[in-house]
Design a protein around this ligand. Structure first.
Ligand SMILES: CC(C)(COP(=O)(O)OP(=O)(O)OC[C@H]1O[C@@H](n2cnc3c(N)ncnc32)[C@H](O)[C@@H]1OP(=O)(O)O)[C@@H](O)C(=O)NCCC(=O)NCCS
Length: 251
């Protein structure tokens, strides 16, 4: 199957449909408040968001993707600081800060790629990712990073990400399929982002998001989560701190 990937700026007609593809992420992931800093301001990022349509079917939306430009954090001596432990959340805040202060963006971070379920497993994600990378190059950037959410990590919520992320197959590529797709396009793992996405809620909220009782203290495994949710019944609190994996693409 062939697809055409465009920026949202190039396809404003698809802007009203940008949030149409809702499958692929568990419900609780729509409750990271930091995400609103990006998605509520999508129109400021139309040069960095993408829509994928089937070739010769320009209205058949099969995928969407987002990236953000940001000004990289620096030490007082001007040297670049390491990528933030706060991963996805941190880079969204950094991008918002960049716009607010008028700092000049000098890097791009991928945020997400999602495909319609009926077109997954066909290798299309690499096409979208390559389009994101090419877009960054065209706009003069030399750095593209990605706080990658490994797509098979939810099958092993008890495994530390620091072990999981660095597992490789016989051919030397990452064992996780999504890390592997990035690696095939030339990205390398830089570090784990231990607190990439932080989602907190009352236990009633967690029950509505995940359909489990949340009536026992301690780590609680829920479907689709990469690590357990930490539950404190007396405080009526559930906290999910998702680790992701920083990868750096060579542009
Ligand atoms: C993640 C996603 C974009 C991958 O897209 P895709 O086009 O299906 O990926 P590909 O077809 O290129 O597959 C990549 C690899 O994953 C493997 N794979 C695909 N679907 C798989 C599945 N359901 N289970 C296990 N492996 C799978 C493929 O075999 C391939 O492996 P290979 O490297 O050995 O060839 C897509 O599945 C998706 O939209 N998921 C929901 C949203 C999401 O999780 N996005 C990623 C985080 S931002």
């Amino acid at each position: 199957m062939e697809i055409v990937v465009s920026t949202l700026a190039e396809r404003p007609d698809l802007r009203p449909r940008f949030f149409e593809l809702t499958e692929g992420f568990p419900a609780f992931m729509y409750h990271d408040p930091t995400a609103d800093l990006f998605f509520d301001h999508l129109d400021e990022f139309t040069d960095y968001c993408f829509v994928a349509v089937r070739q010769n079917a320009s209205d058949d939306l099969v995928g969407t993707a987002c990236s953000v430009p940001f000004h990289q954090a620096r030490a007082p001596d001007g040297g670049l600081l390491p990528l933030p432990d706060g991963g996805w959340d941190d880079i969204i805040r950094r991008s918002a800060w960049t716009r607010r202060t008028g700092a000049v963006p000098d890097a791009v971070s991928a945020l997400e790629i999602r495909l319609r379920p009926d077109v997954t497993g066909l290798g299309l994600s690499a096409v979208v990712l390559a389009a994101m990378r090419d877009n960054a190059v065209r706009r003069g950037f030399t750095t593209l990073v990605a706080p990658v959410r490994p797509t098979a990590k939810h099958l092993e919520p008890g495994t530390p990400m620091s072990d999981y992320a660095f597992r490789v197959r016989d051919d030397g590529l990452p064992a996780d399929p999504w890390l592997r797709t990035h690696a095939r396009l030339g990205a390398v793992i830089e570090k784990v982002a231990p607190a990439s996405m932080v989602i907190t809620g009352s236990l009633a909220q967690w029950r509505s998001w995940a359909g489990q009782p949340f009536d026992t203290d301690g780590p609680t495994i829920i479907e689709g989560a990469l690590v357990p949710v930490l539950v404190d019944v007396a405080r009526d609190l559930g906290v999910y701190v998702e680790p992701n994996v920083w990868m750096r693409h060579r542009l």
